[in-house]
Design a protein around this ligand. Sequence first.
Ligand SMILES: [Zn+2]
Ligand SMILES: [Zn+2]
Length: 96
Amino acid sequence: MLSAKISNTTRKAVYRREGYACALCDSPKYLQVHHCIKRSQGGGNSLHNLVCLCADCHAMAHGIILNECGMSQPDVEQAIVEYLADMYAGEWNPWG
Ligand SMILES: [Zn+2]
Ligand SMILES: [Zn+2]
C-alpha cells in the first residue's frame, strides 16, 4: 500500500492557498486537508487534489455528519470538485 501521508510542505501550501480557512464555509477552526478524489480511487497528494476543510465540512465530505443546511454528502463532494475546478480552470480536470 502506498503511503497516504501528505508532506508538511504540501499541507502548508494547501492551508496557505485557502487563506487558512475552510474552502466551503470559511471557518478557520480545526482545519484538515481532504483528498478531493480519494486515494483509493486514484487521487494523489498533489495540490490539485487537496482541499482545506474545517472539521465539520470534512466530516460531511465523508458522510459522517449531516449539515444543518441540508447538504448531502454528494452535494459537499460536488462543491469541493467545483471549488478546485474553478481554481484550476483550464489547466486541470478532476477526472483527467
Ligand atoms: Zn467548513
Ligand atoms: Zn478527507
